[in-house]
Design a binder for this molecule. Structure first.
Ligand code: ADP
Length: 630
């Protein structure tokens, strides 16, 4: 570098060295060439630009034939430089050593000798390849961008803050039915927004946040029809950072709205199917949280969907441990296919605690990868059916029982008949014998014993006969109170002897019963005799009558030994007795039951061992009999 205190010629020398350095290191190619077409000198940058190994190699190259890609460009260069003495910013393509083209900007002027003869040329070469490449890319980018803007099937716009469109693509014009110029003229707030307040809100959001994403609005088309739009935009700023307008996308939501509507309709339809199923349908996640609960589930189990969905666990409606067992069965292959359970007998506990019986069919629900995600169950409430089946079974049993009874009845009546005649023969003979033997005779006593035993036997035969063939006495209006009163009166003495107190309460104004008086007598007699037998060491017999216009009830209570639970269902069976052979045959209650049923009534029993028994007999009031009071 030149120093300040150096002389001018030294300064000049120094600058020549500086120029040399500049020549070598400058970023563009610098050269001097001869008129004949050889480089006389060239800097490193040019050697590199043209891809030569060394300066010497470049100097040996023939410019006329080997430098220009297009020989015409060389001719033009010579023509221009010879005419004007200089060429400025001449864009040509040079051939590199390997033959590949490179774009350059050539600026050159002529070198003369002192007689102004052309010696050659000198100049600079600027590598253009990079700039050209960039320009090409920029153009391509702009082209792509334009294509995208025009062809994207989404509305794209640029708008001013004041509410005019500055540009819009074809898709947006088509969407809204405008020609371009018409569209640029509309007032966005007034002509485009169905609700102008949406535009105000949009501006408020975009000014605040700089952008608005997925904002749902409704636009008006040119023809006045409306279209749902999803608006996404951001603000455009000037160099000072002030908002000058907006640019963004308008997506037509018509199709999506339509699909949403269809989806909603499909969902509603499915939901209606589930809701209207007569069977309870319930779905839960894998932890048992309830996700679905249809109307039948509400009715069958007493919980409303509102209080269980997302709030209650399914195990609450299962008996202890059952929820887990159901999941185990679902996952096992023993109950149908894995993931399925078919018509498995199940009981649930209703909200009010009542147990519901039925069958459960269930399935596991899997995601697309086959992982369990939920389970669904359908429960058929079989309470009514099971109740019917039970009633049917009872009726069948009763039928069987009555068949048995009928058969037994036939047999009994035959036996009774067969026995009756010889028995009367024996009885008559004994009566006869009695008259022939004196009262004091010992044999007379034996005879009397034999006679009383035959009387007992004949009494038993009478019972057996009335069991198999009840007396068919004609029915008549009967006053229950007086029938019972009569019987109690007859037994008063006997009961007193047995230390039994009788209390009776007769309701007044009871209706009459159309009945066979004899049969009713037999019924009450039997009941009272049973009560007496149940109180061997005394007690109280309470007889109460009551009634209304439809029926009369007679309650016969004792404070006796009571009936064991296991016997209570059998006391009305024929030949069921807990008494010893002498006292009981077990026909009393079964005959009573038959009589009362025959009269359209019913007998019920309540008993507690050690405390006593109450029989309640109900009989219908005869429709055409006037009521009387006792
Ligand atoms: P029997 O009196 O011949 O045994 P029933 O048909 O009248 O036949 O009675 C059947 C059974 O019912 C009796 O053996 C007895 O066990 C029971 N029973 C009936 N009435 C009473 C009562 N008031 N208290 C206790 N047990 C009774």
């Amino acid at each position: 570098m030149a120093k300040l205190n150096e002389k001018p010629e030294e300064l000049f020398k120094a600058s020549e060295a500086d120029f040399k350095s500049l020549f070598e290191h400058v970023g563009c190619g610098v050269y001097i060439s001869s008129k004949e077409g050889k480089f006389l000198t060239a800097n490193r940058a040019l050697v590199d630009m043209l891809g030569y190994e060394s300066k010497a190699e470049l100097l040996a190259m023939d410019i006329t034939h080997n430098l220009y890609v297009n020989p015409d460009d060389h001719l033009r260069f010579q023509e221009m430089i010879e005419r004007d003495g200089r060429v400025k910013d001449y864009q040509v393509e040079f051939k590199r050593k390997d033959g590949s083209p490179t774009s350059v900007l050539l600026t050159s002027h002529v070198r003369y000798d002192k007689d102004r003869n052309v010696l050659g040329y000198e100049g600079i070469v600027l590598d253009q390849s990079q700039r050209i490449q960039m320009e090409k890319e920029l153009r391509a980018f702009q082209e792509d961008f334009k294509m995208l803007f025009e062809n994207i099937p989404t509305g794209v716009f640029i708008s001013s803050k004041e509410g005019k469109f500055l540009n819009a693509n074809q898709a947006l014009l088509d969407m809204l039915g405008y020609k371009k110029q018409e569209f640029l003229d509309i007032d966005i707030t007034k002509d485009l927004y169905v609700r102008p307040e949406d535009r105000a809100k949009f501006r408020e959001m975009i000014e605040r946040d700089g952008h608005v994403t997925d904002y749902e609005v409704e636009f008006k088309r040119k023809d006045g029809s409306t279209i749902p739009i999803l608006l996404t935009a951001h603000a455009r700023y000037d160099s000072q950072g002030n908002v000058v307008g907006y640019e963004g996308l308008n997506v037509d939501l018509t199709q999506r709205k339509l699909m949403e509507k269809e989806l909603q309709e499909a969902y509603d339809f499915m939901n209606k199917i589930i809701q209207s199923s007569p069977n309870a349908i319930m779905a839960t996640d894998l932890k048992g949280n309830i996700m679905l609960w249809n109307r039948a589930a509400e009715e069958t189990l007493g919980y409303s969907a509102l209080e269980v969905i997302g709030k209650m666990n399914i195990d609450k409606i299962y008996p202890e441990g059952m929820a887990r067992k159901v999941m185990q069965m679902l996952r096992s292959s023993e109950y149908g296919n894995v993931g399925r359970l078919r018509s498995y007998p199940m009981v649930y506990v209703r909200r009010d605690g009542e147990v519901v019986e039925g069958t459960l069919s269930a399935a596991l629900i899997y995601d697309s990868k086959g992982n369990e995600i939920a389970s669904v169950g359908s429960f058929v409430d079989l309470r009514e059916r099971l109740e019917m089946e039970r009633a049917l079974r009872r009726t069948q049993e009763q039928l069987l029982q009555s068949e048995k009874l009928a058969a037994m009845g036939r047999l009994t009546s035959q036996i009774a008949h067969e026995l009756n005649n010889p028995l009367y023969g024996i009885m008559n003979t004994l009566e006869l014998l009695k008259t022939e033997i004196s009262l004091q005779s010992k044999r007379r006593k034996i005879l009397e014993m034999a006679h009383s035993e035959t009387i007992r036997l004949s009494e038993m035969l009478r019972k057996m006969l009335s069991f198999s063939k009840p007396d068919q006495e004609e029915r008549q209006p009967v006053e229950i109170n007086s029938v019972i009163d009569e019987i109690l009166l007859l037994h008063e003495k006997q009961f007193k002897e047995n230390d039994i107190k009788i209390t009776s309460t007769f309701a007044k104004g009871l209706g009459l019963v159309n009945a066979s008086k004899n049969q009713l007598r037999q019924v009450f007699l039997n009941m009272i005799a049973n009560a007496r037998d149940a109180m061997p060491s005394g007690g109280t017999l309470t007889v109460t009558t009551s009634g209304n216009s439809d029926e009369i009830s007679v309650e016969i209570s004792d404070t006796g030994i009571g009936i064991a639970d296991e016997n209570i269902s059998r006391i009305f069976d024929s030949f069921f007795t807990t008494k010893d052979e002498v006292k009981g045959v077990g026909l009393g209650l079964s005959v009573c039951y038959g009589f009362i049923k025959d009269h359209g009534g019913d007998i019920k029993v309540k008993s507690q061992v050690g405390a006593g028994t109450t029989f309640t007999i109900t009989l219908p009031v005869s429709a055409n009999a006037a009521s009387v009071s006792l």
